[in-house]
Design a binder for this molecule. Sequence first.
Ligand code: NAD
Ligand code: UGA
Length: 447
Amino acid sequence: MQIKNICCIGAGYVGGPTMAVIALKCPHINVTVVDANPDKIKAWNGPLENLPVYEPGLAEVVNDARGRNLFFSEDIAGNIKKAEMIFMAVNTPTKTEGEGAGMAADLSYIEACARDIAKYSKSDKIVIEKSTLPVRTAEKIKEILEENSTDIHFEILSNPEFLAEGTAIQDLFKSDRVLIGGDETKSGQKAVKALVNIYANWIPKDKILTTNVWSSELAKLASNAMLAQRISSINSLSALCEKTGANIDELSKAIGMDHRIGPHFLRASVGFGGSCFKKDILNLVYLCKYFGLVEVAEYWHQVVKINYYQKNRFAQRIINHFEGDLTGKTIAILGWAFKANTNDSRESPAIKVCELLVNRGANLSIYDPMVQNQTILKDIECFWKIEQSISSNKIKLLDKFNEPNKYDAIVILTEWEEFKFIDLLSPTIIFDGTSINQNKNTISIGK
Ligand code: NAD
Ligand code: UGA
């Protein structure tokens, strides 16, 4: 099947970069990204320095393809109608109410997409799950598509995304693997082939793995759970290092040199953040419980519990340093993004750590090179009365970080390169939750 037009629903951290790369690598295909949020579409069509997603290399890719075969549009109906292939890259947060609240994935956005696809389609479509979804969601999507349309054949594929923020473009250019799950029927396999052919424009064939739909859906949740599990494992050991005089960096190195374990994802930290690890593991826990696998659910739940423990433990170390009372102390918070090289602060450990410090009386001066002030304020609003805080100087947002000596303590929460070397003349102390800082007076995780 020759694909000439792709539509992607969802112009977020996944939809924007993935479609920009497909458009760049497939100049013969028109790729249009649509979104229910018109401001986001405007920003994607606006100046390259203000794209809604900050990713190294993204602006260059958008610059090359935008207006040629990459488009951002508010016209959801028209672009669904025109496309032979539709990606769904909408958000799948944790449910906040109803059955499974606090654990299961909220599928309302994906269901709304499916209803739109059924409503506006006038010809057969390949519909692709790009969002991260619970295993067997394709069944539900098929049901919605079939109930809301007549005489149209929809083939559903699972093609989860494995990019990490901060390295998204690099990850998309040179993926470890592209995973495509499809039905074992003739039409299912035809659809799989059509999607394989798109990726084959730049991904070597041996890195394109095809499976059944359920394996593909579950492999995404399982991959994130395994990655997060390594972080929680090393973070749990960082607590033991602090008690025993072992050094977590030396431990990570020694463990990671075993080729069966490998060196990646063994960096001790204040805890993992980001919009996905926590929600995807909770979703996995929910699924296990749903299928009666209580022990399996408890095993994976522990990964998230250790992550809470680590954030609390780190904040408590700072609080203990000031003997439980931070009243009148001014603390510099360096880093608000959940990791370096992104402007994304969703589930950033900085949020929890700052809540705990403010509750003990601290004044905070916050600096991040990429996260917008309005995003930081919105995050703080979840735990503190923001207007009062700004007017009373309880919370200050800094445009740049200088004068390190004027603070009672400096707390590093994102591993931005610029936080590596901070020169201190005074007894100001640095607490580093990222293992990046080289100052010899720094108190780091696991040391
Ligand atoms: P996001 O919140 O950045 O973007 C989602 C976009 O979808 C939003 O702009 C929203 O307005 C839009 N949207 C929601 N419902 C819509 C609808 N019915 N019609 C049109 N637009 C709609 O989310 P994201 O970070 O891009 O994540 C998307 C999915 O990809 C999630 O399932 C996530 O788990 C998965 N994922 C994310 C990453 C990542 O690095 N962020 C990596 C891999 C997988
Ligand atoms: C993660 C996965 O790495 C991606 O493969 C996946 O596609 C994505 O989730 C998703 O599904 O959303 P991301 O969250 O963007 O990507 O970034 P990571 O590099 O995985 O970092 C996640 C968190 O773990 C960050 O807070 C980071 O600082 C922390 N981390 C990472 C550690 O604390 N230690 C490490 O060794 C590595």
